[in-house]
Design a protein around this ligand. Structure first.
Ligand code: FES
Ligand code: MG
Length: 589
C-alpha cells in the first residue's frame, strides 16, 4: 500500500493521509469487519479502539525458558501505557523466545526461524507498527532481521543487562567467569562447592548477560543503528528508568507510525558503518559480525566481511568491560552509557544519522547530556584501553578463502604471529574425549583445529570454538593456545581463537583437509591464516573427501542445512535474504 503522503496536523506532527493498514481489518464493513472486530472485543476493549488509531504490536521474545528475556512481558506493560497515551491501540504478542544457555544444539540454529516467524506475524496481522522487545543474544538480531524484511515502522527496546554478579567481594561477569571458574576447578584451585555458590552469585536479577557478550553487544548495536533509543542498551533490566523508557518508547512508536518512518530509512549504510565502529570501540562480540551482516542483507545494504576490519582501523577500544577488560554493564550505565562512547568517538561516526527518536545519533552529545562519569570504564580517545586497529581482525588465506575472524582484544599478544603443528578434531566431542589425557600429543605451540562446527556442520554454528585447553597444559601453567574452528565463540569468552573459518568443513572447505602434523600459520597483523601444505597434496585430499551425512531428513534442521549461507553472508537462509514489505494480504474469509 502507498505510504508516501504526509500532511501536517494541528500539533505540528506530520500525519499520514493515507489509510493505515490496520483499517483493512478493523475498518472493514460487513461480515469481514465483524469477524475482525468481534473476536477482539472478547478482551473487553472499548468501542473506540477501532476508530482508526494506529494499531501497534508489541513483539515479546520472552518466556521462562529464555531467562534473559523472562521479564519482557512486564516491560511490555510500560510500552502499552505509552501507546495508549499517544492515542494508539497496543496489542502484545509472543514471538519465539530463544534462550541462549538452554537451547540445544544452539540458539543460533533458531535465529532465522525467529526472524521468519516474526516477519510473517508482522505482515499477517492488523499492525501499523511494532515494538520489538528482545534481550538474549539471538533475539535482538532475529527481530531486527524481521523488522527489516517487513519494513513496518518499528522501534526496539532491549530488556537490559542483569545487575553485576558479586562473589566474595568481587564483581563477576556472566559467561566470562564460567570459563574462569571452570579452569580454576580443573586446575584444583577451587572446589566444586565453591563453584556452585559462585553460580548463584553470577545471576542475581532479571536481565541478559552483563558482560560485553553478544546480548550487550547487540543491544549497543541496536542503539548505534538508531533502532533503539539512546541509553536503551545500558539501563539494568531492573532499573525503574528502563520502564520509564519503555513508556516513552510506546509514545514514540505511535509517532513513527504517523510519520511512516521505517527500518529501511534508519538502518542505512551509514548506520551500519556507525554500528561497526561502535562495536570496535566497545570491544563487542565477534557475533556482531554475523548478525549485522544478516540484518544488512535483509535491507540490501552492502556490508561485507572486510568492512569489519577496514572500517575499524582508526577506532580504539574505549570500553573496559569483561571479557576484554575489568568492568560490567552496570558500571557502563553509571559511567554514561553508549551516548558517552558516541560523544567520545565524535567525527569517527556519522553523527547525524537518523534514529527512532527522530533525533540524530549524537543528540545527547549535542544536549551535553552524554557526559562520561567514570573514565576508568569509558576511556578517552587519547588514552584508550586498546589502540586503534585492535578490534576484530578479518583473516584470509588458503585455509579461509571466505574469511575468518579473530577478536584481538580477547587474544594473547604472544600468539598473534604463530606457526604450529595442527592437532585436528572432527568435533568438540572428539576433542573433549581426550582433553584430560596426560599423553595427549600437544604442547603450548600446537594449533588445535576443531571442525564441523559451522552453520551446516553442527548444525547452527554454535559457540564451541574456544575449547578449554588440554588439562596437562593448564596444569603446566599454559593460559592460551591458538585454536582454529568454523564455529563461533561466545561474546563473553576469550582466547586466541580463529572463528567463522569459511567455507566450513562440512561443505568441503579447506578446514576439512587439515591433518595432524600439518603446519598452520597465523599472522594477525598480516591478516592471514594459511595451511603450509602443497596445493597438489590439498587437491588429492579434496578428491578423497566425503561430504558428511545430512543431520536430518526432515523438518527445520533439513530446511536450515539445505539453505544456510556461510558465515561471511551472515548465516541467513538463502531465501530469506532481502525484504518483502508489508502489503496487506488477501482476505481470510
Ligand atoms: Fe542470554 Fe547471555 S545467555 S544474554
Ligand atoms: Mg552467546
Amino acid at each position: 500500500m502507498p505510504h508516501e503522503d504526509h500532511a501536517t496536523t494541528g500539533d505540528d506532527r506530520p500525519r499520514r493521509t493515507d489509510e493505515l493498514r490496520s483499517r483493512h481489518w478493523f475498518g472493514a464493513g460487513g461480515r469481514s469487519g465483524m469477524l475482525y472486530r468481534s473476536w477482539m472485543r472478547n478482551q473487553g476493549f472499548a468501542d473506540d479502539v477501532f476508530d482508526g488509531r494506529p494499531v501497534v504490536g508489541i513483539a515479546v521474545s520472552g518466556s521462562e525458558l529464555a531467562p534473559c528475556n523472562a521479564h519482557l512481558s512486564r516491560l511490555a506493560e510500560s510500552v502499552k501505557r505509552g501507546i495508549w497515551e499517544a492515542g494508539g491501540f497496543p496489542l502484545e504478542f509472543p514471538v519465539m523466545a530463544l534462550g541462549e544457555t538452554v537451547l540445544r544444539p544452539t540458539a543460533m540454529l533458531y535465529r532465522n526461524l525467529l526472524a521468519m516467524e516474526a516477519e510473517e506475524l508482522f505482515r499477517a496481522n492488523p499492525l501499523d507498527g511494532v515494538v520489538l522487545l528482545s534481550g538474549c543474544d539471538k533475539t535482538t538480531p532475529g527481530l531486527l532481521m524481521a523488522a527489516a524484511s517487513a519494513d513496518l515502522p518499528a522501534l526496539m527496546l532491549t530488556g537490559g543487562p542483569m545487575l553485576n554478579g558479586k562473589f566474595r567481594g568481587e564483581d563477576i561477569g556472566s559467561g566470562t567467569h564460567v570459563w574462569k571458574f571452570e579452569e580454576e576447578v580443573r586446575a584444583g584451585r577451587m572446589t566444586e562447592a565453591e563453584c556452585g555458590f559462585a553460580e548463584s552469585c553470577m545471576s542475581r536479577s532479571n536481565g541478559h548477560c552483563m558482560t560485553m557478550g553478544t546480548a550487550s553487544t547487540m543491544a549497543c548495536m541496536a542503539e548505534a543503528l538508531g533502532m533503539q533509543p539512546a541509553y536503551g542498551a545500558t539501563w539494568p533490566a531492573v532499573d525503574a528508568r528502563r520502564y520509564a523508557m519503555a513508556q516513552r518508547s510506546g509514545r514514540r512508536i505511535v509517532d513513527l507510525v504517523h510519520q511512516d518512518i521505517r527500518p529501511s530509512s534508519i538502518m542505512t549504510r551509514e548506520a551500519f558503518e556507525n554500528a561497526v565502529r561502535v562495536n570496535a570501540a566497545i570491544g563487542g562480540s565477534t557475533n556482531a559480525v554475523i548478525h549485522l551482516t544478516a540484518i544488512a542483507g535483509r535491507l540490501g545494504v552492502d556490508l561485507d566481511l572486510d568492512d569489519f576490519d577496514t572500517l575499524v582501523r582508526d577506532v580504539p577500544t574505549l570500553l573496559d568491560l569483561m571479557p576484554s577488560g575489568r568492568f560490567l554493564m552496570e558500571d557502563f550505565c553509571y559511567a554514561g552509557g553508549l551516548p558517552a562512547v558516541i560523544a567520545e568517538l565524535g567525527d569517527l561516526l556519522h553523527t547525524d544519522a537518523v534514529t527512532v527518536t527522530g533525533e540524530p545519533l549524537d543528540a545527547p552529545a549535542r544536549a551535553r547530556a552524554a557526559e562520561c562519569y567514570d573514565r576508568r570504564v569509558i576511556r578517552p580517545l587519547d588514552d584508550p584501553l586498546q589502540r586503534a586497529g585492535s578490534g576484530t581482525a578479518v583473516l584470509r588465506g588458503n585455509l579461509a578463502p571466505g574469511g575468518a575472524v579473530l577478536k584481538q582484544s580477547a587474544a594473547s599478544e604472544h600468539l598473534m604471529v604463530h606457526r604450529g603443528r595442527a592437532k585436528v578434531f572432527d568435533s568438540p566431542e572428539e576433542y573433549y574425549a581426550v582433553s584430560d589425557d596426560p599423553d595427549l600429543d600437544v604442547d603450548a605451540d600446537t594449533v588445535l583445529v576443531v571442525r564441523n562446527c559451522g552453520p551446516a556442520g553442527y548444525p547452527g554454528m554454535p559457540e564451541v570454538s574456544n575449547v578449554a585447553l588440554p588439562s596437562k597444559l593448564l596444569a603446566a601453567g599454559v593460559t592460551d593456545m591458538v585454536r582454529v574452528c568454523d564455529g563461533r565463540m561466545s561474546g563473553t569468552a576469550y582466547g586466541t581463537v580463529v572463528l567463522h573459518t569459511s567455507p566450513e568443513a562440512a561443505v568441503g572447505g579447506p578446514l576439512a583437509l587439515v591433518r595432524d602434523g600439518d603446519t598452520v600459520s597465523l599472522d594477525v597483523p598480516g591478516r592471514s591464516l594459511s595451511l603450509e601444505v602443497d596445493p597438489e597434496e590439498l587437491e588429492r585430499r579434496a578428491a578423497a573427501w566425503n561430504r558428511p551425512e545430512p543431520h536430518s531428513p526432515r523438518g527445520w534442521t533439513k530446511l536450515y542445512c539445505d539453505t544456510v549461507l556461510q558465515a561471511e553472508h551472515g548465516a541467513d537462509l538463502d531465501f530469506l535474504v532481502g525484504h518483502s514489505g508489508h502489503e496487506v494480504p488477501r482476505e481470510s474469509h
